[in-house]
Design a binder for this molecule. Structure first.
Ligand SMILES: NC(=O)c1ccc[n+]([C@@H]2O[C@H](COP(=O)([O-])OP(=O)(O)OC[C@H]3O[C@@H](n4cnc5c(N)ncnc54)[C@H](OP(=O)(O)O)[C@@H]3O)[C@@H](O)[C@H]2O)c1
Length: 254
């Protein structure tokens, strides 16, 4: 994997064009490229998605058909930098999520998976509960059937009933636990609600060299009338036709 942006130190001379940076990036260099801001005292929400060149979020209902070796490598590094992996229940169900395997850098344990689900309709026998080192955090509502919630507790889930599943309350619950380095892995509905609430600090977007066609949706699906949010491109890597872009919330003007 090679870096397009930012240019390497030594190539910043405005008088001469920057030569292409041919240094292959290992996991350590990727961890530096994707480092969260230092000294966080509140949740910093990084969202990670992979898409095809024609904007599809999935192939046959799963993201696996879009991923490449480069995307999988960055996916793993992003997990190792995070305090918590946040995902919508649709993604957890369709991708059959298990727990993260490798410890967060500097810690002994992997980040927990925090699942947003209004229905608590998760299978207690699924990998989310059976293949994990740390309990998944299940963020749900009192309206979810008590029997389902109880079954998820019995399966080892850390079930939290919130008043609403709005981004402010979800992120406040993560903050209460000291989980500030948030990695949201989708899906589109959860991302759409984070955009609507202006709660996205960063988007890591892998664009694969593929036309998916078909009926797949796009990476965000939120309420109509959502105000567009400006981003700045702060990082770009490439490998074998795959682009790995890093966008940050643009600083407010003025
Ligand atoms: N390309 C990629 O990188 C990528 C990443 C992730 C997912 N995907 C794809 O996206 C598809 C899943 O899409 P999706 O829209 O169903 O994903 P999703 O956002 O993960 O799941 C939607 C479900 O999550 C819960 N939820 C999410 N946000 C909520 C909110 N603000 N308030 C209340 N509940 C909320 C609800 O669960 P309940 O129904 O339980 O109430 C809702 O039905 C799959 O095909 C998956 O492969 C692709």
């Amino acid at each position: 994997m090679h870096r397009l942006l930012p240019p390497s130190p030594g190539t910043l001379d405005a008088a001469s064009p920057a030569p292409p940076d041919d240094t292959a990036l290992d996991d350590r260099a990727l961890a530096a490229h994707y480092a969260y801001p230092d000294g966080l005292t509140a949740p910093y929400v990084r969202v990670n998605f992979v898409t095809s060149a024609d904007g599809a979020v999935s192939v046959e209902g799963r993201s696996g058909g879009l991923a490449s070796a480069a995307d999988r490598q960055v996916f793993g590094v992003l997990r190792r930098l995070a305090d918590v992996v946040l995902a919508g229940a649709g993604t957890v169900r369709s991708e059959n999520y298990g727990g993260a395997r490798k410890p967060t850098m500097g810690r002994d344990t992997p980040p927990p998976i925090a699942v947003v689900t209004g229905s608590a309709d998760l299978d207690p026998a699924s990998r989310l509960f059976t293949e994990t080192v740390v309990p998944p955090i299940i963020l749900t509502l009192a309206a979810a059937p008590a029997q389902r919630r109880d079954a998820l507790v019995a399966a080892g889930g850390d079930v939290v009933v919130l008043e609403r599943l709005t981004p402010d309350l979800v992120l406040a619950e993560l903050a209460r636990r000291g989980l500030h380095r948030v990695l949201c892995e989708g899906g589109p509905m959860l991302f759409g609600s984070l955009i609507a609430a202006d709660a996205v600090d960063e988007l890591c977007l892998t664009v694969g060299p593929l036309l998916a066609g078909g009926t797949a949706g796009r990476i965000a699906s939120g309420p109509p009338g959502t105000e567009p949010r400006a981003l700045e491109l702060v990082g770009a890597l490439h490998e074998a036709g795959t682009l790995l872009l890093k966008y940050r919330r643009a600083a407010p003007i003025g």
